[in-house]
Design a binder for this molecule. Structure first.
Ligand SMILES: [Fe+2]
Ligand SMILES: [Fe+2]
Length: 182
């Protein structure tokens, strides 16, 4: 799990209330995303779009990383969570990572290997589904993007962006570092 910081989150929140956020998002989406990808991007709330735009800005020299930045958190759409719960989750990532990963492991016990979207649908109740979606949003997002025919290199970055920083995969490492900054 990558390290998160409060200052990065505060930056995202501040950026999310800028009036020009939607305009900036539309401009980048028109340049880097196709129509169904744009629909996924625009379905995300202001906070997630703000985060994605800041990550994209950090990777501006690489069109592939910009595409991944705009799309990487689309799996969170499956959690249908209010922002306060998402902030609580972020707080747990920072303050109680061991407890959180134990909860995530026990939730995943007994679920079949394979599709994260299929596993999500097997869980009973809103909160277990929300926690599972939050902790597996990379995989869920990759599956959503695969269904749209998104290229392998981008679905790979989306799928693994929640993992540990891999010293041998420079592109993924750069992407995770940019994502973790916000
Ligand atoms: Fe993410
Ligand atoms: Fe992210």
């Amino acid at each position: 799990m990558a390290t998160r910081s409060w200052s990065g989150k505060a930056h995202v929140l501040f950026n999310s209330i800028r009036p020009s956020l939607a305009e900036d998002g539309n401009r980048l989406a028109a340049r880097y995303l196709n129509e169904p990808e744009t629909r996924l991007f625009t379905q995300m709330g202001r906070y997630d779009r703000s985060h994605s735009l800041l990550v994209a800005e950090r990777c501006a020299d690489s069109p592939r990383l910009v595409r991944a930045a705009l799309l990487h958190d689309c799996g969170k759409l499956a959690s249908e969570l209010p922002l306060w719960f998402r902030n609580l989750y972020t707080a747990l990532e920072i303050l109680a990572p061991a407890w959180l990963s134990r909860r995530q492991e026990s939730l995943a016990e007994g679920l079949p290997e394979g599709s994260a979207i299929a596993s999500l649908q097997l869980l009973p109740g809103r909160w277990p589904r929300a926690l599972f979606a939050q902790s597996h949003h990379g995989k869920i997002g990759a599956e959503l993007l695969e269904a749209l025919g998104c290229e392998l290199e981008v679905t790979y970055l989306v799928r693994y962006h929640q993992g540990a920083v891999d010293p041998v995969d420079a592109e993924l490492r750069r992407f995770i570092e940019a994502d973790s900054a916000f």
